[in-house]
Design a protein around this ligand. Structure first.
Ligand SMILES: N[C@@H](CCC(=O)N[C@@H](CS)C(=O)NCC(=O)O)C(=O)O
Length: 217
């Protein structure tokens, strides 16, 4: 039985992208169930799969895994042949730290700059708190690239779970036209050149649903 990944619609769902891009990039077969956000039936439909009423949620037979970071860990566990996390112990520890930091942090940026994978690039005014979140992210990316990323274009060289966790931030920095360092831009371009990224954007563009509150920023 293939894995089943339940996600929200691709135009807006930052958390869903993480699990989806990981499975898609590593060519792990999965069936996708898309539940559009903000409709009367959304919560009930998600609750059929997820105890929290949130997506993404991964179903592997009788096993249910929710929370994007837990899904990433589960996928790494069932596919040890794939370098989902970097192979080196120090790099892996660093990647897990960054993934946890991303999972739990940056509330100002999340709130002020919602993901929208169809939004044209246009700058908005940023608050100090948002700028501080973004500065920390750029510093974290630069540090990972300099210390662990020399063998490729991603945080730890080859694309890994850490990049999947930060993929929604790439969308945010891009669509809100945030001035970033050349190194950050090169990293963002690498993520945005991935076939899996392009497939997600194409699917988002093709969706019929539009939610005004996510279009407002
Ligand atoms: N911390 C959770 C967050 C999940 C989350 O907030 N998902 C949103 C979609 S992006 C959701 O399911 N929203 C359901 C709703 O608003 O009804 C994770 O990492 O998976």
């Amino acid at each position: 039985m293939p894995l089943k990944l339940v996600i929200a619609n691709k135009a807006y769902s930052s958390w869903s992208l993480r699990a989806w891009i990981l499975l898609a990039h590593f060519k792990i077969p999965f069936e996708e169930v898309v539940i559009p956000l903000d409709r009367p039936e959304t919560r009930e439909l998600i609750l059929e799969h997820s105890p929290t009423g949130k997506v993404p949620v991964l179903r592997d037979g009788a096993i249910t895994v929710w929370e994007s970071l837990a899904i990433v860990e589960y996928v790494a566990e069932i596919h040890p042949e794939k370098a989902i996390w970097p192979r080196g112990k120090a790099a892996r520890a660093h990647a897990r730290s960054l993934a946890s930091e991303m999972h739990a942090g940056f509330p100002a940026m999340r709130q002020h700059c919602p993901c929208n994978f169809r939004r044209p690039v246009r700058a908005i005014a940023l608050t100090e708190a948002v700028e501080a979140d973004m500065a920390r992210i750029e510093a974290a990316w630069a540090h990972a690239r300099e210390n662990f990323g020399k063998a490729g274009r991603f945080l730890f060289g080859r694309f890994s779970a850490a990049d999947a966790m930060f993929a929604p931030v790439v969308n945010r920095l891009h669509i809100y036209d945030v001035p970033v360092s050349r190194a950050s831009r090169a990293y963002m371009d690498a993520v945005m050149a991935l076939p899996a990224w392009k497939a997600w954007i194409a699917d988002a563009e093709a969706e019929p649903w539009r939610v005004e509150k996510y279009e407002a920023a």
